[in-house]
Design a binder for this molecule. Structure first.
Ligand code: UDP
Length: 420
């Protein structure tokens, strides 16, 4: 049995998703751990205690434990302010490891603050680490400028992690290029391993069934936007595009899923925009939904729309495609990697409501194209983007780092061109 530690300081697989800080990373950590446990790994996931009532150890399954680490107040704190608690995180994690007399072959750090803890444990205990950054400080700075509230030390921590990690997981070619360009990461230290989707959770369901279960109109065109309600996701762009679509044969509605009490300001901004643009009656804010319900929302939609300013990967387009829903996404980051232009959907420039409106109109006018894209999308997901495939690559990477392999086969994606 191989014992490894995951660190995911702000993103627990147990958290409710769709608020300000809980999204793709939470899903990644839980799903990758689950798949690796099927391969014989024993995994401890270290994450910050966000509620006093949480027990120290929660069994996720027979071989995965979530370990709640005491670091800062036991309450929900914005991730931008967590760096100050990382020394406490390191100390409490170390205390746990020592009192339980654990030895890990490897640490898998997620996000830059976890990488900081991993670097310190490497020097104290000699455990090697791999890192998935999930997002990079440099890129955030470029897009968010002064609105980026992360401490300025973030970039130096990422640079150090690039030097000290045994291997770095880039989630898409753009992520790899950014690591090379902005962080001078050696190319042979990077392996491109994408995110995945759980096909037992997200699968095709007849549109009419999904709509009737959700009480949605059967005959209107439905666009779906789903995810965290933060400005960089560009939900305003989708509302603006809707306002530009006037002469459609069928009524076009936009369903927005996601958002909680932490994102009230953004939700209010979006609601106000819908009112100003006179599309309030065609936009439905459904709020945060449970994982079990999401497949019905994806399946009910004619098109899934996601137009962020930038996107390190973006799991929601995969979930939509797994449900057989074509995607129109920004031509950025992971989306231009997962969405096959013209085959499983379309790519548009971010923050360009005219281009988005034109693309939505042209696809809605061609049901045959949408049907073909739907079938292609399901095929593409099963071929390239399941968590089983992701975990196979991660397992291979771990074997390389721990020296357990004699032959290191190429990464699933290296040298392979991604096409249907
Ligand atoms: N999500 C959810 N409920 C919601 C909104 C979002 O479960 O109400 C999930 C969504 O299904 C996806 C994740 O949150 O699995 C978002 O991941 P993505 O990579 O698309 O974006 P990120 O949050 O990492 O920016």
């Amino acid at each position: 049995m191989k014992r490894i530690a995951f660190i995911s300081e702000h993103a627990s697989p147990l958290a409710a998703l769709g608020g300000a800080d809980a999204g793709g990373q939470n899903v990644y950590v839980g799903e990758v751990a689950r798949q690796l446990s099927l391969k014989g790994y024993q995994i401890d996931i270290f994450t910050r205690r966000e509620e006093t009532a949480l027990p120290r150890i929660v069994a996720f399954n027979d071989t995965i434990r979530i370990i709640h680490v005491d670091a800062g107040p036991a309450e929900d704190i914005p991730k931008e302010t967590l760096l100050q608690y990382m020394p406490a995180f390191r100390d409490d994690m170390l205390y746990f490891i020592q009192t339980e007399q654990l030895s890990y072959e490897l640490i898998h750090a997620n996000f830059f603050m976890s990488a900081l803890v991993a670097m310190e444990l490497k020097s104290l205990l000699g455990i090697p680490f791999v890192v998935t950054f999930h997002a990079l400080g440099h890129i955030r700075r470029i897009h968010q400028g002064d609105n980026d509230r992360f401490p300025k030390e973030r970039i130096a921590i990422e640079e150090r992690a690039v030097r000290e990690a045994s291997m770095i997981i880039a989630e898409c070619p753009q992520d790899r290029d950014d690591l090379i360009t902005y962080y001078h990461a050696p190319v042979d230290k990077i392996s491109i391993i994408p995110c995945g989707v759980n096909t037992a959770e997200f699968y095709p369901i007849a549109k009419a069934t999904a709509r009737s279960l959700l009480g949605l109109p059967q005959h209107d065109c439905l666009l779906l936007q789903l995810g965290r309600m933060v400005p960089r996701k560009g939900v305003d762009n989708v509302i603006a595009a809707l306002a530009k679509m006037h002469c459609e044969r069928r009524k076009v509605r936009l369903l927005i899923v996601g958002g909680d009490a932490d994102t009230t300001t953004e939700l209010q901004r979006l609601q106000q925009l819908a009112a100003e643009l006179d599309v309030k009656d065609r936009v439905l804010f459904a709020g945060q939904k449970s994982r079990e319900e999401l497949k019905y929302y994806y399946a009910a939609a004619d098109l899934f729309i996601t137009t962020p300013w930038y996107e390190p990967f973006g799991i929601t387009p995969l979930e939509a495609m797994a449900c057989g829903t074509p995607v129109i996404g920004s031509n950025v980051g992971g989306i231009k990697f997962s969405v096959a232009e013209g085959k499983t959907g379309a790519l548009v420039p971010p923050q360009d409501a005219d281009a988005l409106a034109a693309k939505i109109s042209s696809l809605l006018r061609s049901p045959a194209t949408l049907e073909e894209m739907s079938a292609n999308a399901i095929r593409r997901i099963n071929k390239l983007f399941t968590w089983e495939l992701v975990a196979q690559d991660i397992h291979t990477l771990y074997e390389k780092v721990t020296g357990n392999n004699t032959l290191y086969p190429d990464s699933f994606f290296s040298g392979q061109s991604i096409r249907l």
